[in-house]
Design a protein around this ligand. Structure first.
Ligand SMILES: NC(=O)c1ccc[n+]([C@@H]2O[C@H](COP(=O)([O-])OP(=O)(O)OC[C@H]3O[C@@H](n4cnc5c(N)ncnc54)[C@H](O)[C@@H]3O)[C@@H](O)[C@H]2O)c1
Length: 334
């Protein structure tokens, strides 16, 4: 079975490609390398022994997307490709709306024309905005997004659910919480082209001396220690969930043509708790200071994962300590 993985040289995409190949799927990666490296293809091959097919294509270019489908027979799509920096999306909203929405529209257009029915979408807990309650479950309303990035995920989900009504596509939208850590082989991990914004790579880069210090964005939130609370989940656990979602669609076990599932551990950690856990497991002291709040951040969000546990028959397995250790191992290698 041929699976198109967009954004497959990126962080979560590359880990998912490995899981798909290990399950016997033939993987076709499409990526424009705007935030990843071609070397990831060799790293994937080093792990699985199989080189994934690769096409360097900007999904915003409709003609190139069409050409890809003309040349390759595709049975299912896992769509990771997107821009994801919350802060940058606040500064450059149009760049985010253009990239994330145009690429989805092009993909859906040609998936329809080439009779591809099964679609997995990378969504985010950002769709919940500042949640009314935590842990947040899938029934929680989609509230005003705190950033243009979050809004692109809401809009893409809306587009996919509207297409589902026509019967053209069946989608499972996976709402990731905070993916962290690296592959146990330490051959792939988070390797963005620009300075990372997510907490864990900022911590590891600071510990490695690649940054002089790190800033904790605000300690005046309504949380026990005043810093933001998030649900950190190992990237390998996220990757494995895509196999369950894909099998659900292939076996036609989905109850609706558009379904959503949270992918989180169900446990929230504050920024200061993550820093302290990192210091404990690595023995490294972090040079951090408290700064002002960052635009686009919600105070606390962590998942209710009962639905994905029960319906996808999936469970996050790796604890925070393991995520931080593997991220640290990876940081020392790159
Ligand atoms: N990492 C997170 O914290 C997180 C959390 C929630 C959701 N997500 C979502 O998961 C998906 C994957 O995230 P990631 O962390 O692996 O990011 P990433 O930047 O490592 O990977 C995304 C990949 O998409 C590619 N890409 C972007 N725009 C493209 C375009 N127009 N055409 C072709 N390729 C394009 C990039 O080059 C990159 O390789 C994204 O949709 C992201 O929004 C990520």
């Amino acid at each position: 079975m041929n699976v198109l993985v967009t954004g497959g040289t990126g962080y979560i995409g590359s880990h998912t490609v490995v899981e798909l190949q290990q399950k016997g799927y033939d993987v076709f990666i499409v990526d424009n390398l705007c935030n990843s490296h071609l070397g990831v293809i060799d790293a994937i091959e080093a792990i699985t022994g199989i080189k994934p097919h690769f096409s360097k294509i900007d999904l915003c270019n409709a003609a190139s997307v069409k050409d890809f489908f003309v040349r390759n027979r595709i049975d299912a799509i896992v769509h990771f490709a997107a821009l994801k920096a919350v802060g940058e999306s606040v500064e450059q909203p149009l760049k985010y709306y253009h990239n994330n929405i145009t690429s989805l529209i092009n993909l859906c257009q040609y998936a329809g024309e080439f009779s591809v029915k099964d679609f997995i979408f990378s969504s985010s807990c950002a769709v919940y905005g500042e949640p009314d309650y935590v842990p947040v479950d899938e029934k929680h309303p989609v509230k005003k997004a705190q950033s243009p990035y979050g809004a692109t995920k809401q809009i893409c989900e809306r587009i996919l659910s509207d297409i589902a009504v026509t019967g053209a596509l069946s989608t499972i939208s996976l709402r990731y919480f905070n993916p962290s850590g690296a592959h146990p082989s330490v051959l792939i991990g988070e390797l963005p082209l620009s300075e990372p914004n997510n907490l864990v790579p900022v911590i590891t880069r600071t510990a490695a001396g690649k940054r002089k210090e790190m800033v904790v964005f605000g300690n005046d939130y309504d949380t026990p220690d005043g810093t933001c609370i998030r649900d950190y989940i190992h990237v390998k656990d996220i990757a494995v969930a895509h196999i369950s979602a894909l099998e659900r669609l292939r076996e036609k076990k989905n109850k609706e043509r558009f379904e959503v599932f949270n992918l989180g551990t169900g446990r929230g950690y504050s920024v200061l708790e993550v820093i302290s856990c990192f210091e404990k497991v690595t023995g490294k002291k972090l040079n951090y200071r408290i700064g002002t709040r960052r635009e686009g951040d919600v105070s606390k969000v962590y998942s209710d994962n009962k639905l994905s546990n029960a319906v996808l028959n999936w469970k996050a397995t790796e604890p925070l300590e393991q995520m931080l250790l593997s991220a640290w191992e990876w940081e020392q290698k790159i």
